[in-house]
Design a protein. Structure first.
Lengths: 280, 416
């Protein structure tokens, strides 16, 4: 069983929801970033989404845009992110997903990417600007077996028949975009998310994680009951931006991981008391 | 040849879809829809609506009426006698898109897309703009159709194309300054795409060039082919035969494709002229087809200016409308097939042509169009006198007077 499936199975057994953390690789530098990621994994992060910085991040709000610029200034790239995963694998078993725009992967070369990323210990990829229609050119390079997940996005604007087509070829988990907009806090519609998550679960056996507009532990706690995991990005990048020169940055990020986990655990407990069962 | 017959039979301005792209928007290996899932349903809806509505005779009639009575089409085809004599070679004809309402070819597309948006029931238009010509043309369409309008424009371009900012505001549009990146066209397009994701239900994004995700490269081309269709008819009168060579500047490439497209199956040479900026060697240029490599930017695969690791580079050109590190996917296909060739002209050469055309013909060209004129200045003298060149004079140069004044002041400063 690959690391992603294994992690979601473990969480389900414990009646917990996954905390998926997005951080840009190399923000603000290679060494510092590696230290931050290790601290977050140690603090209980369930899945790491490692962001590949890109010069033109059209799906991202200002916080992640600035994080990407810092990482690029620090010399980061897709190659950096892959090396970083290799280093992380010496100390952690947390599943790692590469989150990228398509051009850095295309420039790296599809054959080289699908050789190097899994070898370094990446467990999957999510390409934000590569809808299934354009993904066919990757097919001949995909690794055999199901150890490298292709995570697909579903948006609030995705109609039902399209959603079914998308989830059919997905693996790892389904990433449910929480709002029509770019990454960053605000604009959540919990009822819409609950409904869409429910129809996704009816359409697929894969875990469903929600992200894009979730910024506080309260948001995460509110949404956790509807899904299998919550993706937090801008909230971590905010801390990196604000405390990047501070010696306790790693500890602050670890603290943030623990408070998100705690908030999500609490609603899980409340929920199980209400419904009289665990997890599910 | 089939689609050429169709060109003659359909009324001017009637949109049409050609043999490419395919149903996914691919022009050979280029094009496509590389966007976040949130936008995919909107693009599919737009494509469906465009294909359906553009075939409606009443839509075609409405657009045709606007192009004739509001835009002022057909624009003249003018024999540049003094420029031709000065250069002493091929005969040069100018397709006067600078005389279209708002002063550039951009209005052909914004009339088409604005009308389409209204037929689709959208209430608001957004656009990106570099030189401001597309922003002005979109603001104009919004005013005419009674729609709200927001135009995203890089801060560097706001600074160097101030007259167009004022025009957009007079037309009732809100100009939104974009500070990210170098504050030019690429950044304006990033921000417009971000905004569109959040407003997609009631807002149509009017992309101004044959770039962006499918269906834009096809749709913008279709709305611009009227340029080439008119040329094809006009040359029958004067000079009385089909041209040998068509020349147009290429940023994203909409005025060039509009001119070239009806001639693709004809024995006519096609030359696109990109901006070489300071020089190709300096790296400060916008010659995407000449010096770029295959990549994905703003929703389609094409040539792009990029680093080895896939980061998009900043483009450089004195002309804000050519200052773009991408290019339309159909141009990438025409380059690879050899059907069109792509040259480049640097800032200095464009400025010389700008002055030359102003003095010899009394026509002040846009700095963008001056690149196409400059190619003639370079190449026409060596061509036989029988050769007929049609240059797309895609816009007028009033908007560029600030740039010239500043450049003159800066040069004076360095002399002192």
């Amino acid at each position: 069983m690959n690391r992603i499936d294994k992690r979601f199975a473990e969480l389900k057994k414990k009646g917990e929801k996954a905390l998926v953390g997005f951080v840009l690789a190399g923000d603000p530098s290679f060494d510092r970033s590696l230290e931050l990621l290790a601290a977050m994994c140690d603090a209980g992060l369930d899945v790491l989404e490692l962001g590949v910085p890109f010069s033109d991040p059209t799906a991202d709000g200002p916080v992640i845009q600035r994080g990407g610029l810092r990482a690029l200034k620090g010399g980061s790239s897709l190659a950096t992110a892959i090396r970083m995963i290799g280093s992380l694998r010496e100390t952690t078993d947390v599943p790692v997903i590469l989150f990228s725009y398509y051009n850095p992967i295309f420039a790296y070369g599809l054959e080289a990417f699908f050789r190097d990323a899994p070898t370094a210990g990446a467990d999957g990829m999510l390409v934000v600007d590569l809808p299934p229609e354009e993904a066919t050119e990757m097919n001949e390079y995909l690794p055999d077996g199901n150890d490298f997940a292709l995570i697909r996005l579903v948006a609030p604007t995705t109609p039902p028949e399209r959603m079914h087509a998308i989830v059919k070829n997905a693996s790892g988990f389904i990433y449910l975009i929480s709002k029509a907009g770019v990454t960053g806090g605000g604009g959540l519609d919990p009822e819409g998310i609950r409904k869409q998550a429910a129809s996704l679960r009816a359409a697929s056996n894969l875990p469903v994680c929600v992200g894009f507009g979730v910024s506080t532990p309260d948001d995460a706690a509110m949404l956790a009951p509807f899904v299998d995991g919550v993706v937090i990005g801008s909230a971590f990048e905010n801390i990196i931006e604000e405390y990047r020169d501070s010696p306790d940055l790693a500890e602050r990020l670890a603290g943030q991981v623990r408070s998100f986990k705690a908030a999500m655990r609490e609603t899980a407990v409340m929920n199980s008391q209400k419904t009289g069962r665990m997890g599910g | 040849m089939e689609h050429n017959n169709m060109h003659i039979e359909t009324p001017a301005g009637a949109p049409r879809q050609g043999p490419v792209p395919d149903r996914y928007g691919h022009f050979g290996p280029y094009g496509g829809r590389y966007v976040a899932e949130t936008l995919m349903p909107a693009l599919l809806e737009l494509e469906e609506a465009y294909v359906r509505i553009s075939k409606e005779p009443s839509f075609q009639r409405e657009l045709h009426d606007l192009l004739v009575n509001y835009v002022g089409r057909p624009t003249p085809l003018f024999f540049a006698r003094r420029l031709t004599e000065h250069l002493g070679g091929a005969q040069i004809y100018l397709k006067r898109e600078d005389l279209a309402h708002t002063g550039a070819h951009k209005i052909n597309n914004t009339m088409g897309q604005g009308l389409l948006a209204r037929w689709m029931g959208k209430k608001k238009l957004i656009a990106e703009t570099g030189a401001g010509q597309h922003g002005v043309a979109t603001a104009t369409a919004a005013a005419l159709f009674g729609m709200e309008c927001r135009v995203f424009m890089g801060v560097e371009d706001i600074d160097r194309q101030a007259p167009n900012v004022h025009r957009m505001e007079l037309l009732g549009a809100e100009v939104i300054p974009v500070e990210s990146g170098a504050g030019t066209l690429k950044d304006a397009m990033n921000e417009a795409m971000r905004y569109w994701v959040s407003a997609v239900a009631d807002t149509h994004y009017v992309i101004g060039s044959v770039a962006g995700p499918h269906p834009y490269p096809m749709m913008v081309r279709d709305f611009q082919v009227i340029i080439g269709e008119e040329v094809k008819k006009q040359v029958r009168e004067n000079p009385g035969r089909q041209p040998d060579l068509l020349v147009a500047c290429v940023g994203g490439g909409s005025n060039a494709l509009g001119l070239f497209y009806p001639f693709l199956d004809d024995p006519v040479e096609l030359v696109g002229v990109e901006a070489a900026g300071e020089s190709i060697m300096s790296g400060k240029h916008a010659a995407t087809l000449g010096a770029g490599t295959t990549g994905v930017l703003h929703g389609s695969k094409s040539y792009v200016l990029q680093e080895r690791d896939g980061q998009i580079r900043e483009a450089h050109s004195i002309s804000a409308g050519l200052d773009y590190p991408g290019v339309g996917p159909e141009h990438a296909m025409l380059k690879d097939s050899g059907r069109a060739r792509y040259a480049s002209i640097d800032d200095e050469e464009a400025l010389e042509a700008f002055h030359l055309l102003s003095r010899l013909e009394g026509i002040i060209p846009a700095l963008e169009s001056a690149h196409a004129v400059a190619w003639c200045v370079k190449e026409a003298p060596a061509l036989p006198r029988e050769t007929i060149i049609v240059v797309n004079l895609s816009g007028r140069g009033d908007k560029d007077l600030d740039i010239l004044a500043r450049r003159a002041a800066a040069e004076e400063g360095t002399v002192k």
